[in-house]
Design a protein around this ligand. Sequence first.
Ligand SMILES: [Zn+2]
Length: 467
Amino acid sequence: MKNRILKTSKSTLLLFTAYFLFPEAYAQELPFDHPDKKKFSATVVYENGEAKMVNGYGEMSFGEAYFSRPLAERVQNRYTYIVSARGIEGPEKSNEENAGVRFNITYKDVVLGSGTGFDDPTYGQQRRDALNAAFQYLSSIINNTGEADVQIDPSFFQNITPGNTPPLATSTAPSNASRGFNDCLAFRHLNTGTDPSNSLPDGILSFNFGNNINYYYGIDGAPTNNQYDFFTVALHEIIHMLGFTSYVNASGTSQAAANVFTAFDEFILDPGYNPLLVTSGSGSNLTVAVPQVSYLTSNDLWFDNMNGLSTPVHAPGTFSASSLDHFDNSRSTNGKFVMNNSLSKGEYYRNLHAEEALALVRLGYDINISMATSVEDMPQSNADARIYPNPATSGEGVKINLQGVNKPEILVVVYDMLGRVSYSKVVMNNGSGPLTAIDPHNNLAPGMYIVIGSSKDELFNQKLVIE
Ligand SMILES: [Zn+2]
C-alpha cells in the first residue's frame, strides 16, 4: 500500500508531510529480525580443544569469561536470572532444585553497567521482566528437563525514520558445523541436560530500543494501537533461538558454512511438497543439492509439520533475510503466527499458534501442546456449547457449532491429557449450521481430551469426554 502511494511525487510530498504530523500512522509494520542474517548465523567449531563461534562472515568469538563463573555467583551479581516453570528466581532461590527446563539468562547490558537497554534506570527492570516472562512461558510448555544458557547481547538503538523500518531484534541459534542438518546448541542443552560448551552461550538475542519505538512491556494487558508488544518480540526471538531458523540464502546455499544447514531446513518443502534440500553421501562427503532458486521466491514453500499439516513458509517474491525463516500469515488459512516476519502496532501474542507448537515438536522438543496453545483469557462464554455431544461415546461423531464464527475454515486439533495430538482436521465453515468436527470413523479411545479450534483471529478450547 505504501509503495503504491509513493508512485507520484505529489503523493510522496503529502506522505512525508503527513509523516511528520502523524508519525505513528506510518511504519506500522516493523520486521522482527535484522536484515544482515549472515552476521547472526553462527556455527561452533573447535580449535585446540577450545570452542569458538563463527558467523557467516567468518568472524569469531570465544564466548564470555563470565560464562565460566559459577551460576550462583552470576545470579548473586544480578547479571543472570534463572527462569523455570516455577518462576523467575533471584539470588535467594538459586540453590534450589528445578523441575522442567530452565533458562539461565545473562543480560550483557547489566554486566557492562551500560545504563541503557536492559540496564536503563527507568525501563530496564520492566524490559527484563517481560523478557523473563516470555522465557517462563516457554519453560512451562517444554517438558524436556535440561537447561540453556542465553546471552542477551548489548541492546541497539535504531529509530523509525521515513523510509527506514528498523528491525526489532536479532537472534542467534548457533549449531555445529557438520554437513547436513544440525540441531542448535539450545536444543541439545535443553534436551540432554549436557552443556555442549561451557564457555559459549547456547543462544544469543539482542533488542532494539530505539527512542521512537514505543513498546508495551505488560503481559496481562494489551498494547494500544500505537505500541509494539515487547513480549511478542521476545517470544518470536526465543523461538528462533530454539532452532526455528533457516540457513538458506538467496542462492539456495548456506549462509553459515558450505553444506551446513539447520534442523528446521530439513523440513522445508518445495511447491510440490517435496523436501527443498536433498542430501547425498554421508559424513564429510555429504553434500546438499542446491534447490531450484525460483522456489525460494515462489510464495509456495511449506513446513512439513506434524500430523500431515503443511504450514506456509515465508517465501516472498523478493528474497530477504526473513525468507524461509518464518511462517506466513498472508497464506495462513487458520490463524496468525507469532513467527510471521513482521509485527504491526497493537498486534500481540501470549501463546503459540498450534502449528508453531507442533513445529517445535517436529524439531525434537517435548511440548505440552494443550498448554502451549490454550489461552487463559479466551472467551469462556463461547466455550461451553461449541462441541457436542459431550460426553460422547467412542466411535460417535462430534459436532461443532460454529454459530457466530464468520471464518471460512477452523482448524480443530484434539489433544489427549499428555498433550499428544490425537486428531486434527480443518473444518470448512459454510455457515449452514453445526458441522462434524471429529469424524465418527475416528475412534478416540475413552478418556478426556482438549479440543482446540482456531480460526484467523479466534481461538477456543473445550474439554471433551469420550465414554
Ligand atoms: Zn524472525
